[in-house]
Design a protein around this ligand. Structure first.
Ligand SMILES: [Zn+2]
Length: 145
């Protein structure tokens, strides 16, 4: 395949040769051809840029998919699949090590962000609440469950 520089050089050489030939019709046609060539090179470059951008987007989307695949729904949150058993069997309130693996479902769904829940304990009742530090979504656990 020719590089852009080579194609430009060929176009230049051909128009030089056409000029020397003193054939006005040939020179006209060569100049037309040159314009078409430059236009095609432009289009080609734009397509290359577009393909690169699309590839980036696809890579991004598959990252998000991987992120979604690694979590499961638990109450109104998402939790890491491999921690679900531990979380289900754990005493509440959850320890910080487990809260790190429990994510706000709203932030994950709306913004594709994994935001770990924080513990918000009510002083009077035995109920307690997990709250998202980013959007403020709450998950309330009744002490009976
Ligand atoms: Zn949130």
């Amino acid at each position: 395949m020719f590089s852009y520089t080579e194609i430009r050089q060929i176009a230049k050489d051909v128009s030089e040769a056409a000029k020397k030939s003193k054939n006005a019709e040939l020179l006209d046609q060569v100049l037309d051809l040159k314009a078409v060539l430059l236009d095609l090179m432009d289009q080609n470059q734009n397509l290359k840029d577009e393909i690169r951008d699309l590839r980036d987007q696809v890579a991004n989307l598959s990252n998000i998919q991987i992120q979604r695949d690694s979590v499961v729904k638990f109450h109104d949150m998402f939790v890491d699949k491999d921690k679900l058993k531990t979380i289900k069997g754990a005493f509440r309130p959850y320890r910080d090590e487990l809260l790190e693996h429990m994510y706000c479902s709203k932030c994950l769904q709306d913004k594709d962000k994994k935001i770990s829940m924080n513990l918000f304990r009510q002083s009077v009742s035995n109920n307690y609440t997990l709250v998202c530090p980013s959007c403020g979504s709450k998950v309330i656990f009744d002490h009976r469950y």
